[in-house]
Write a protein that binds this ligand. Structure first.
Ligand SMILES: [Zn+2]
Ligand SMILES: [Zn+2]
Length: 81
């Protein structure tokens, strides 16, 4: 078995160094606060949250798991955080 080299590049959504083809949490709507694609998460009070909601990240991970070209993708994600 040959190990597939991951292709990384700058994420167009958050500017991070990400594996190409993976889902950026910012590229989906937040299921928790309803923030639109590309927008930061909001607190109920209307203030911008400094971090994305956990459920938004979990949802992006779930989508990656469905389309993942790499089996150990989530390990890479965790390590990068
Ligand atoms: Zn990103
Ligand atoms: Zn949110």
């Amino acid at each position: 078995m040959s190990a597939t080299k991951e292709q990384r590049g700058e994420c167009a959504w958050c500017g991070g160094d990400a594996i190409i083809g993976t889902t950026c949490p910012r590229s989906i709507e937040c299921p928790q606060c309803g923030a639109f694609c590309g927008h930061p998460c909001k607190r109920p009070s209307g203030h911008r949250a400094p971090q994305l909601h956990m459920s938004r990240i979990t949802e992006a991970e779930r989508m990656d798991r469905e389309h993942a070209p790499h089996g150990n993708l989530l390990d890479g994600w965790r390590a990068a955080r």
